[in-house]
Design a protein around this ligand. Structure first.
Ligand SMILES: Nc1nc2c(ncn2[C@@H]2O[C@H](COP(=O)(O)OP(=O)(O)OP(=O)(O)O)[C@@H](O)[C@H]2O)c(=O)[nH]1
Ligand SMILES: [Mg+2]
Length: 371
């Protein structure tokens, strides 16, 4: 089962009550206050974990509550803090406050986390309330209440490259051929209903490839599950646009290419500006090359011809995509470096260099030092 949206009720544990106790010792008839503080309540945390691949694990239980902190004890003993409850979700999960709608955090990086319901702080024990006028205070604080709310989690897949195209073009077959992913493949449209991710190895590195559900005309207006499908294209860097050479409905592949481009363009967040590699699939079928040539002429761009069955053209395709991703990542890194001033300007290094390279003749010796 693949689930990409869930709503959960979360509650942090209450803080433990502070204690109001007095020291009792032999020969000390009136021991002072010694009530310790209550422990802190546990928090509920949502964390991105690369091993989680969708939100299905969070559908069986809707309420997540952390435990309360333990109450304080006599002899200034603090109550134990309660443990946090950590919910693991795949990277790419957007965490929102359900009722206010605001984003609490977009968990992009593996390991990123957000506290969705903070546990209450433990109350102070009576030891803190002693004063000159009140040497035997009975006051203590109850613990703070833990936060509670409803949160909604939405997974928007993050991938380096995404496969787009009409249903039945061969997207899932291509993913299964290029990675170890095992998506469902069938000779009819709309086989894929949710994204599948795979890792394509290239040399020492690789990239994450997403097989996405097939798009149809009107997807950008929400036809079928258009929006549901298109939103998963939002966070892919490069598009691999797969064009079926012989659609079973007899439609024209060139027309179909433009139809998909139109849907990408008309989506809420225009997606047609993404770098795109265009491929005609099913290369081994007679006439596929003619379709490729016709499309290339029409769009005035390179169109590759590939076959997930024979493997033809796949090396070239993977090379192109890897190079595009590499270029984009480099550009992103440069951009990030430009925005962020270097923490330690290389000033110190420059000075050392200047000193070392300063011509010796310029150093004026102290008076009398030359003779
Ligand atoms: N001859 C040939 N058939 C292919 C090739 N790649 C895929 N197919 C066939 O095309 C059909 C559709 O393949 P899928 O991979 O399920 O297509 P898809 O684009 O993922 O389809 P949806 O998930 O419905 O959008 C299947 O019958 C595949 O066996 C290929 O390279 N050559
Ligand atoms: Mg598919």
């Amino acid at each position: 089962m693949f689930v990409d949206r869930v709503e959960l009720y979360v509650k942090g544990g209450d803080g433990g009550r502070g204690a109001a106790t007095f020291r009792r010792e032999k020969y000390v008839p009136k021991g002072g206050p010694d009530g310790g503080d209550g422990g802190d309540g546990g928090s509920v945390i949502v964390r991105a974990d690369p091993n989680a691949d969708n939100l299905a694990g969070l559908t069986t239980k809707k309420h997540w509550k952390a435990k309360s902190g333990e109450p304080g004890q006599g002899a200034k003993c603090a109550g134990k803090d309660a443990e946090d409850v950590v919910l693991l979700v795949p990277p790419g999960t957007i965490v929102r406050d359900r009722d206010r709608g605001n984003v609490l955090k977009d968990l992009v990086e593996p390991g990123a986390e957000v506290v969705v319901a903070k546990g209450g702080k433990g109350g102070r024990g009576n030891v803190h309330f002693k004063s000159a006028t009140n040497r035997a205070p009975r006051q203590f604080e109850p613990g703070e209440e833990g936060e509670e709310r409803w949160v909604s989690l939405e997974l928007k897949v993050i991938a380096d490259a995404g496969l787009v195209g009409f249903p039945n073009a061969g997207k899932s077959t291509l993913l299964s051929r290029l990675s170890r992913a095992t998506p469902e493949i069938a000779p009819y449209p709309f086989t894929t209903k949710h994204p599948n991710l795979g890792i394509v190895t290239v040399g020492d590195g690789g990239f994450v490839l997403a097989d996405l559900p097939g798009l149809i005309e009107g997807a950008a207006q929400g036809v079928g599950l258009g929006h549901e499908f298109l939103r998963h294209v939002e966070r892919t860097r490069v598009l691999i646009h797969l064009v079926e050479p012989f659609p079973s409905d007899g439609s024209d592949p060139v027309h179909n290419y433009h139809a998909i481009r139109k849907e990408l363009r008309n989506y809420v967040v225009p997606l047609d500006g993404r770098p795109e590699v265009v491929c005609v699939s099913k290369a081994e079928l007679t006439g596929a090359e003619e379709v490729r040539a016709k499309l290339a002429t029409d769009i005035g761009r390179e169109v590759l011809l590939i076959s997930a069955v024979t493997g033809d053209g796949l090396q070239l395709l993977v090379g192109r995509v890897a190079q595009m991703i590499g270029d984009l990542k480099r550009a992103e890194a440069e951009e990030a470096a430009r925005k962020k001033p270097t923490e330690f300007p290389t000033e110190a290094a420059v000075r050392t260099d200047d000193f070392r390279t300063a011509p010796v003749a310029n150093i004026t010796p102290p008076d009398g030092a030359t003779s």
